[in-house]
Design a protein around this ligand. Structure first.
Ligand SMILES: *Cc1c(COP(=O)(O)O)cnc(C)c1O
Length: 811
């Protein structure tokens, strides 16, 4: 389709849908029109992709994740369809700004943070690599809460993202499946002597899938993200007489639990997990049976990936269907299950490893609990005599009256991976060491990655233009081409162009900040960014304490030679996470103090932007000079905002944690500011139990001075919060070693300040960061999953037989 045809189709579609001309239509009507033109175009490829996979009997992977965080789809789908430039220009000629339409789309925020965002980067990359893979998750009626600040406190508002409809999804009622929850189960012999389950009581609910096309990058592949929504089956309607009865059902897929680490929500959350697991696995089995292949070869056609432990019941549900429904022997079913399943671990924090009381699991999904008991019994039996008793007790699935979900996922799969080198090493040596002894070959690393197209081409057109002019446009498809930039590290024109693009982005963000916070910031200042969930281990507090140090220094000496800085935060706290909310309050109050202190002028500004989400990330990241990745070493499994910021030319201040280590290895020590304890030192403190935050406090005047601002009235309006945080540091011995790392952090910050004084030097560091970011493309990450874990292959060969080319989107 060319631009003229597009303009014509667009106007025609607008007239058909809304009986309107361009001049009368609202941005929402224009957005709906454009979206419907897009979906009706790629739906042919979507259907063809299904058909191709089926006809070629391609092995497919199903990525089970309780969270997906795609953000907005409009521009990313346009880019992947190859339509972005044409549509931008065509609309402009009709007097329409594409960005105004993009604004209308609500963020699809069905996730909390990194975990869900990773799943969405993978969906984009799987399709873009032409790999046969699908997402499986929950269609929450309400996404992650919207964050507002009232009195500088976080307030949570519901995210009614579906209120105006969702033009990307298709309700597939004919693909619905039934899921049984609750009740009791007992086993009996059937006519042929097999054990079969008999169910009593409980409820049967309908899981209805809503499919969203995952459009590959200019390859005519459209994969599927399938999200399940609960409904009452029509034949069960009469059992639901009251509104409350119905509501208990609807609650099941109503809200996303606003917490990805601590145990929350309990029974409803467990029901959610079983609901999307059962619906997903059933629909996979139904598809497989249509292929008319023996059930014994299912491992050659299906891979199921368990993203963190929330979908770990896939193991037991798959067993249930093979044993109860397909009547396979336990042994055959078990071998197939392990071949089909693989698992990614996302955390090293013991308290975040998911466990469920056996009584609760027995009441939510009794047959699944029985199967887990049997898996556990056989595991103990198999290991007894081979391994020592204590090891077996520590690794079994059911312990102390609880079901350990990570154990189920590891025992029931053929692959367990961590998400960065350090993280995977720690899994083997510490966190899952016992399992490593049992199954050394199952463990592997897959360092996380990011969807390069979204985080560079879409988010940062200014930088993309400079790159095109400097190294050609091949980097857009092959991110490793970014290395060509290194040839220009001494080229003043290129360095100036990079700095110019950064400044342009900073001006845009400054406007946004002014509109949303009423604060004027200087675009020439260092934009220092920490954006991520608010959590004690991520140590936003360390950042704040350094800001308070700068503030005190400036109060003492207003002429302190220092590059002006704007500290920018974006972070949501889980609604039940009291401490994290106190940190938000204190940062906001400190910001208010500093921003309005006439003595400070332009030297220091602190901006906490409300409602951090994917769209806000896309605004902030292109404008960042400094990337704060300051978690306590050993606590951040990988991190991905570190990669996004690096790709956009920010210089990282980092501890040696997660993927920061791989970023340092990529850019070299001179192009990153590393500080703080190493993971080994942290573990030594644990082992020797000899950390004392109090002695650091007593011995260091500067630590004392800064920490006291929490309780001495320097920061106004934070009496309760100030003491709470002060106590966490001094009375409760500073769980995340904030005070231990403080002085080293200040030194790293000072080195950044120095480096920025030489603009040319700074641009060179920035350039090297961009040049080495290519290795963090999630295209490569999923390729490694495909080869090492899923054993799936791209469909391009087949596609080319059909003569499908990049410009296949012809109306
Ligand atoms: C990338 C991203 C994250 C993950 O950030 P980390 O710093 O890696 O924890 C969280 N939320 C959003 C909206 C993101 O885009």
């Amino acid at each position: 389709m060319n631009k003229t045809e597009f303009k014509q189709s667009f106007s025609q579609r607008l007239a058909e849908k809304f009986a309107m001309g361009v001049a009368d239509a609202s941005p929402n009507e224009l957005y709906q029109t454009l979206g419907s033109l897009m979906t009706s175009t790629y739906s042919q490829d979507w259907q063809q992709t299904w058909t191709d996979y089926r006809e070629a009997e391609q092995k497919q992977v199903y990525y089970f994740s309780i969270e997906f965080l795609p953000g907005k789809l409009l521009k990313s789908n346009l880019l992947n369809m190859g339509w972005l430039d044409m549509v931008t220009e065509g609309l402009a000629e009709l007097g329409i700004n594409l960005d105004d339409l993009a604004e209308v789309e609500p963020d699809m925020a069905l996730g909390n943070g990194g975990l869900g965002r990773l799943a969405s980067c993978f969906m984009d990359s799987i399709a873009s690599m032409g790999l046969p893979g699908n997402g499986n998750g929950i269609r929450y009626e309400y996404g992650l809460f919207k964050q507002h600040f009232v009195d500088n406190y976080q307030v949570e508002l519901p995210d009614k993202w579906l209120q105006k409809g969702n033009l990307w999804e298709i309700r597939k009622e004919s693909k619905a499946v039934d899921v049984r929850l609750g009740g009791k189960v007992f086993m009996s012999d059937n006519d042929s002597g097999n054990l079969i389950p008999n169910y009593q009581g409980g409820v049967v609910l309908r899981a209805v899938p809503y499919d969203t096309g995952m459009v590959g990058y200019q390859n005519a592949i459209v994969n599927t993200m399938r999200l399940w929504s609960v409904e009452i089956p029509p034949e069960e309607e009469e059992n639901y007489r009251s509104i409350e009865d119905r509501r208990t059902v609807e609650d099941l897929t109503s809200v996303l639990y606003p917490d990805d680490t601590s145990e929350d929500g309990r029974k409803l959350r467990l029901s959610q997990e079983y609901f999307f697991v059962s619906a997903g696995v059933q629909s996979i089995l139904r598809y497989y049976k249509q292929l008319n292949r023996s059930i014994d070869t299912i491992n050659r056609f299906i891979a199921i990936h368990i993203n963190d432990t929330h979908p770990a019941m896939c193991v037991a549900e798959f067993m249930r269907l093979l044993v109860d429904d397909e009547q396979l022997s336990w042994e055959r079913a078990w071998n197939l299950t392990k071949e089909v399943m693989s698992y990614t671990n996302h955390t090293i924090m013991a308290e975040a490893l998911e466990k469920w009381p056996i009584s609760m699991m027995g009441s939510v999904c009794p047959r699944i609990y029985q199967i887990i008991e049997e898996i556990d019994r056989r595991f103990v039996e198999e290991m007894t005599g081979v391994h020592d008793f204590d090891l077996i007790q520590r690794t079994r699935i059911i312990q102390d009256g609880q079901v350990h979900m990570a154990h189920l996922a590891i025992i029931g799969s053929h692959s367990t991976n961590g998400v960065a080198k350090l993280h995977s090493d720690l899994l083997k040596s510490v966190v899952l060491h016992d399992f490593y002894l049992l199954y050394p070959t199952r463990f592997n690393n897959k360092t996380n990655g990011i969807a390069m197209r979204r985080w560079s081409q879409l988010a940062n057109p200014a930088l993309s233009n400079v790159l095109d002019k400097t190294i050609g446009h091949l980097w857009r498809e092959q991110p490793n081409d970014l290395r060509l930039l290194l040839n220009y590290v001494e080229d003043d024109r290129v360095l100036a162009a990079l700095a110019e693009a950064k400044l342009e982005n900073k001006k845009h963000l400054s406007t946004y900040i002014h509109e949303h916070c009423g604060i004027k910031v200087n675009p020439q200042a260092i934009f220092d960014v920490q954006i991520k969930r608010l959590h004690a281990y991520k140590r936003q507090l360390l950042n704040l304490l350094h800001i308070m140090k700068l503030y005190l220094d400036l109060k003492e000496n207003p002429d302190l030679p220092m590059e002006p800085r704007v500290f920018i935060f974006g972070a949501k706290a889980a609604p039940s996470y009291h401490y994290a909310k106190s940190i938000i309050k204190v940062i906001n109050e400190a910001a208010n103090l500093i921003n309005h202190d006439p003595m400070i002028k332009d030297k220091l500004k602190v901006i906490f932007l409300e409602n951090y989400n994917v769209s806000l990330a896309e605004r902030i990241i292109p404008a960042a000079d400094v990337s704060e990745q300051i978690s306590l070493a050993s606590k951040e499994a990988s991190g991905t905002s570190n990669m996004k910021l690096m790709l956009n030319g920010a210089v990282t201040i980092a501890t040696l944690d997660g993927a920061n280590i791989e970023i340092r290895d990529a850019v070299g020590e001179e192009n990153i500011a590393i500080f703080g304890l190493t993971e080994t030192e942290v573990y030594q403190y644990y082992e020797n139990k000899n950390y004392s935050s109090l002695s650091i406090y007593q011995d260091s005047p500067i630590v004392q001075r800064v920490v006291k601002t929490l309780i001495d009235g320097t920061i106004p309006n934070i009496v309760a919060e100030g003491y709470e945080i002060f106590d966490s540091l001094i009375k409760y011995n500073d769980e995340f070693f904030v005070l231990r790392d403080f002085e080293d952090y200040c030194l790293a910050q000072e080195s950044v300040n120095k480096a920025y004084q030489n603009k040319r030097h700074w641009s060179q560091i920035s350039l090297r960061n961009i040049a080495h970011a290519g290795r963090f493309s999630s295209d490569d990450t999923v390729q490694r999953y495909a080869e090492d874990i899923w054993q799936i292959e791209p469909v391009f060969a087949h596609k080319n037989d059909r003569g499908v080319e990049h410009d296949s989107y012809l109306l």
